[in-house]
Write a protein that binds this ligand. Structure first.
Ligand code: OGA
Ligand code: NI
Length: 361
């Protein structure tokens, strides 16, 4: 299958890896997509579940941090349900100003509008390069390409920023700092919801020096959205990912054998539980599979802030959550090792967690 796709393709895989999808999508009157963007031909599991709209759990952040003890306990229970049942929730009353959220989206758009040469300065070779700009997921291993350009920037514990656009640095620093504070409080609540000390997860992941990555995604208009995919089904590698988007939808999360279309409330933030939280909770909280579809009307931009443990920290299930009835499900592995594995393989369902899953689990 892959060979026949390549045979029709006028570019070598190396050349394919260079250009942005933005440049191609905006050049001339593209009416169909090149063969190597046809996701239906990919080896990735297609997961042809029904696509539905459902209400997703909502967490009132203000009640979590400023509420009465009763209100806080209720939000902690809500968090527990959201994490065990969905692995996904929408945060309202988070206190991050609309101006800042929109400013962050704007500087990311400005980055994608830079020349190919400027963006090309950040074509990274290694997953731990602190600034990487590119297209698809990992063009060295993708057999089918995704309708997506991205920039990934490490913003904590050391802060990096591309030089251009000029205000990327200040805006991204402020936005990511605020998101980090939000995540710290959410993680406390999630820790409590597991019956652990509020600080357990924070300490077990060394969140103070945790790796935080800003991932901005651009999904240009696509002439055949039913054939292409923005990001295929995957789970994220960290603890919690916080996502925002311009007013264009595209994110879908898997829930009870369906793809649920996510329509966030204005100015809310979307949070999904990721692999390291599934490991720490000994599988009680699942890292949710999600994907991003594309459309033929409007370009979509999203910013996913991945918040993870400290790179060198070995992550294993909380011993308090394992017993005779609940044997340990995952073995210990440093976050760095995990990340290198996840990022250098194809996005393909949820295979990364299999790396640490114990045989008896
Ligand atoms: C991601 C991701 C979804 C989106 O960047 O990991 O899942 O809606 N993005 O852009
Ligand atoms: Ni993701």
């Amino acid at each position: 299958m892959a060979a026949s796709i390549l045979a029709e393709e006028p570019f070598s895989p190396r050349e394919r890896g260079r250009g942005s999808i933005k440049e191609m999508a905006e050049s001339g009157n593209l009416t169909s997509i090149p063969t190597h963007y046809n996701f239906l031909q990919s080896e990735a599991p297609q997961l042809p579940y029904p696509v539905v709209t459902e209400d997703i759990p909502t967490i009132d952040f203000n009640l979590l941090v400023n509420g009465t003890p009763d209100q806080r306990s209720q939000v902690v229970r809500d968090l527990g349900h959201a994490c065990s049942d969905w692995g996904f929730f929408m945060v309202v009353n988070h206190g991050i100003e609309e101006r800042l959220r929109e400013g962050a989206l704007e500087v990311c758009r400005d980055f994608f509008d830079l020349s190919e040469t400027e963006k090309g300065k950040y074509v990274g070779r290694h997953v731990l390069d602190p600034i990487r700009s590119g297209t698809s997921f990992n063009t060295l291993v993708d057999t089918v390409f995704y309708w997506r350009d991205f920039i990934k920037v490490f913003v904590h514990p050391a802060f990096y920023s591309p030089e251009k656009p000029a205000d990327f640095r200040d805006v991204s620093r402020e936005y990511c700092t605020r998101i980090r504070a939000l995540v710290k409080d959410l993680i406390k609540g999630i820790s409590e919801s597991l019956g652990l000390e509020p600080c357990y997860l924070e300490k077990a992941s060394e969140l103070e020096t945790g790796l935080q990555i800003l991932v901005a995604n651009l999904y240009p208009r696509c002439p055949q959205p039913e054939l292409a995919m923005g990001i295929p089904p995957h789970s994220d590698h960290g603890l919690l990912t916080v996502l925002t988007q311009n007013d264009v939808g595209g994110l879908q999360v898997q829930h009870n054998g369906k793809w649920v279309i996510v329509n966030p409330l204005p100015n809310s933030l979307l949070v999904n539980t990721a692999d390291q939280l599934e490991i720490l909770s000994n599988g009680k909280y699942k890292s949710v599979l999600h994907r991003a579809v594309v459309n033929d009307q409007t370009a979509r931009i999203s910013i996913a802030i991945a918040n993870g443990p400290s790179l060198g920290k070995a992550i294993a299930p909380a011993p308090q959550l394992t017993d005779g009835e609940h044997p340990q499900t995952f073995r210990e592995m440093t976050y760095k090792e995990y990340l290198e594995f996840q990022q250098s393989n194809r996005l393909n369902g949820k295979t990364s967690l299999d790396l640490v899953r114990l045989p008896n689990a």
